[in-house]
Design a protein around this ligand. Structure first.
Ligand SMILES: Nc1ncnc2c1ncn2[C@@H]1O[C@H](COP(=O)(O)OP(=O)(O)OP(=O)(O)O)[C@@H](O)[C@H]1O
Ligand code: SF4
Ligand SMILES: [Mg+2]
Length: 315
């Protein structure tokens, strides 16, 4: 069953130095209890897409077109009041830096309580929810009375996750939730995200630049480049049948412990999205680029069941 449907989503930033095409015509569906990983290099539009899912793109950004349908309602058409209610209760977000969510000057209990009360929970119930969810993310009760600076990075991220799941949203968007943490804590936080998915049946959108993490943890993987979907498939299908030259480039760039050869880094840099390359946005870096790649944008085609690719080499 689908909980979220995104149709033809376009987002641009109107900056002083030009118009940035950050997300260009993205569509996908997210099922109940599915973990979708959105993978791509820096600047590929992952965070912008994540923010657009909560109708939270900051100025000078603008959602130009498209639909984000959560439980039958297009939240891009919801009023500011409705959207404030939906955010946190039906769809929520965990950021890379927990300081984005947590106010350093206020105790955890005060800010957590305020968030719950804003969403219509009464004070007594709020206290029990806070206790329950701090415990669910593996934190001792005393954390309630701490200030964020008294907690480690991993603990702060656990608090952010507790707040993001406390009202049982159908969808949690986690934007690089482990990038700021050391490897051991990264694994603990990802185990926690996995367990939340199982326990609360939430659907997770995991935004990451790390294809290995996506292949390890997610159910489905969407590879983005230059604001476009390049490839999208279930993780087992993608791992066994990687098609797009960009996905393969990301894969070959992964360090592998057991291999004697060095990883091969992708040549070149992501495009300046004020001036996205015509045709296939990846063509300036693609070793297979043909003449038509420079002028014709490849459509997304299904190469096998539920596996879609945007590349002129296929179809
Ligand atoms: N607030 C903003 N104002 C102007 N341009 C922005 C803003 N935020 C993002 N952009 C631009 O939009 C494009 C997509 O950026 P976005 O942050 O969505 O990419 P990303 O894939 O999340 O990258 P990263 O891995 O570095 O987080 C980039 O060209 C970026 O410079
Ligand atoms: S469409 Fe052309 S340039 Fe783009 S990835 Fe495929 S072969 Fe490379
Ligand atoms: Mg980002």
């Amino acid at each position: 069953m689908e909980v979220l449907t995104v149709n033809d989503l376009w987002v641009k930033y109107y900056t002083i130095s030009g118009i940035v095409s950050a997300v260009s015509g993205v569509s996908f569906k997210l099922r109940k209890s599915e973990m979708l990983a959105i993978v791509g290099e820096s600047g590929s539009g992952k965070s912008t897409l994540g923010l657009a899912l909560l109708n939270m793109v900051p100025k000078p950004g603008r959602i130009e077109r498209g639909e984000v349908i959560l439980d039958g309602v297009n939240i891009l058409k919801s009023s500011p009041r409705e959207i404030m209610k939906i955010r946190g209760s039906r769809i929520s977000m965990v950021f890379q830096d927990p300081f984005t969510t947590l106010d350093p000057l206020r105790k955890i209990v005060d800010q957590f309580e305020e968030f719950l009360i804003e969403h219509g929970v009464d004070k007594t119930r709020a206290r029990s929810i806070i206790k329950e969810y701090l415990e669910a993310v593996g934190l001792p009760e005393r954390v309630m009375y701490s200030y964020p600076h008294q907690l480690s990075g991993g603990q702060k991220q656990r608090v952010s996750i507790a707040m993001a799941i406390a009202l049982n949203p159908q969808v949690v968007v986690a934007d690089e939730p482990t990038t700021a943490l050391d490897v051991i804590v990264q694994k603990q936080i990802m185990d926690l995200v996995d367990s939340i998915k199982e326990k609360y049946k939430s659907s997770i959108v995991l935004i990451t630049h790390d294809l290995a993490l996506a292949l390890e943890r997610a159910d489905t993987v969407m590879v983005m480049y230059g604001g476009n979907i390049m490839e999208y498939a279930g993780k087992t299908e993608l791992y066994g049948n990687m098609k797009h030259p960009y996905t393969r480039g990301l894969f070959e760039a992964l360090p592998r412990i057991l291999q004697k050869t060095l990883p091969k880094s992708l040549p070149g840099n992501p495009p300046d999205l004020r001036y996205p390359p015509p045709g296939c946005v990846f063509h300036p870096r693609c070793e297979f680029a043909m003449e038509k790649c420079k002028s014709e944008k490849p459509p997304l085609i299904e190469v096998s069941k539920d596996h879609i690719v945007a590349c002129h080499l296929y179809g």
